[in-house]
Design a protein around this ligand. Structure first.
Ligand code: ATP
Ligand code: MG
Length: 367
């Protein structure tokens, strides 16, 4: 798929702008603080209905304005699909083919993007929270059922934690209600863990291949899903649900004491291994970056396998963070198949690696 056109109104520092893109490589050039990242962000928001850098939609609306609009024309299979996202004081409205979507979860997935920013290079080293967010965002885009389970899980988790706090403070005492919440939580939680394992298995397959090629056969990359839930390996979705319910019940006293839910996908993590050794602990800076790069590039293939279409790739200031060999590898992987948007301060930062003529946009003060 690719994005043919983009229209922005009152998004960040863009007052009003219409752009037509190349289905291949688009280079956004400009000095600092001109609007390069804002433009990539608008494409990301159009695809996922949320920003990669803020949870507060208000920040996306141009100063002193009340609404922002992002419209895009997406070419998918043989169709041109108009998408529209309105961000206003009273929330978001999403339209596909000019029809308002009742739920955002129906909207997400119309346009698939992968964003690679310098902070992604710390996927390996950073917090477990960042890795969970990574799994949830990437997988949520391609699997509506996963997104649904995740939303439901978060709702029940909030209720359950609130109730554990009440029990802890002896302001409530109904254990049957806690049990009902545990059962609901385990239902969604078990599904999430099962789905994450499937997704990560697929991602690992592609990432391994890419990593082997980037490191010229030296390094075998593997993943390990680390769960707070014990004995999860080889379990079916139903078994995982039962297991989670059982372990929630066993830990109930401890959870009441601490006033929070201790078991479940919201506490899980993902470990990366090179030749069997934990990259987070033993890997060099370069190995950690290469791992992040392999994982991101692998997502392109997973999305293609799952949806039948290649996603868009958004690269924000990434080239300058990679050495020559990794830059070449990155650009070779994407050329001729993935519509790409990349930002750079100047053309000579990217030129030597591009096989094809890119379409170049000079960005100055939101224009
Ligand atoms: P760099 O090369 O430093 O990464 P950039 O071109 O990527 O720069 P952006 O992050 O896209 O820069 O744009 C930053 C500019 O956008 C800042 O000057 C900031 O003040 C402005 N900006 C951010 N949010 C808003 C908003 N809601 N309304 C108006 N302007 C905004
Ligand atoms: Mg920027």
């Amino acid at each position: 798929m690719f994005l043919q056109k983009l229209h922005l109104k009152n998004f960040r520092n863009y007052a009003e702008t219409t752009l037509e893109f190349s289905p291949e490589i688009n280079v956004l050039l400009g000095q600092n603080a001109q609007g390069k990242t804002n433009l990539l962000e608008s494409i990301y928001v159009l695809a996922t209905a949320r920003s990669h850098r803020t949870a507060n939609d208000r920040e996306l609306i141009r100063f002193n304005q009340s609404d922002a609009v992002i419209q895009g024309l997406v070419h998918r299979r043989a169709d041109d699909v108009p998408l529209e996202l309105n961000l206003g004081k009273r929330g978001k409205k999403a339209r596909v083919n000019h029809l308002e979507q009742a739920k955002l979860s129906q909207y997400i997935g119309q346009l698939n993007v992968i964003l690679f920013a310098p902070e992604d290079l710390s996927l390996v080293k950073g917090s477990p929270n960042g890795r969970r967010r990574f799994i949830d965002m990437e997988f949520g885009q391609i699997a509506p059922r996963y997104l649904h389970n995740l939303t439901a899980y978060r709702d029940v988790l909030k209720q359950r934690n609130r109730y554990l706090k009440l029990l802890s403070a002896r302001k409530a005492s109904d254990r049957v209600y806690l049990d009902v919440l545990s059962e609901q939580l385990a239902g969604f939680g078990g599904s999430i863990i099962a789905q994450r394992q499937d997704f990560l298995g697929e991602l690992e397959k592609y990432a391994q291949e890419l990593h082997l090629s980037i490191t010229q056969g030296q390094e075998t990359l593997s993943f390990e899903y680390e769960s707070k839930l014990k004995n999860i390996s080889g379990r079916s979705e139903t078994e995982l649900q039962q297991l989670m319910y059982q372990q929630l019940t066993e830990q109930a006293e401890k959870e009441i004491f601490q006033g929070t839910t201790l078991v479940g996908p919201h506490r899980d993590d993902l470990k990366f291994l090179i030749n069997g050794k934990n990259v987070q602990i033993y890997g060099s800076q370069g190995q950690q970056r290469t791992t992040a790069l392999s994982v991101k590039l692998a997502e392109i293939d997973v999305m293609k396998a799952q949806t039948g279409e290649y996603p868009l790739l958004l690269l924000d200031d990434v080239l300058s963070e990679l050495d020559g060999q990794r830059q070449t590898h990155l650009l070779q992987t994407i050329q001729n198949k993935v519509q790409t948007f990349l930002t750079a301060p100047a053309m000579n930062d990217v030129a030597q690696n591009l096989i094809k003529e890119p379409k170049i946009f000079m960005i100055e003060n939101g224009n």
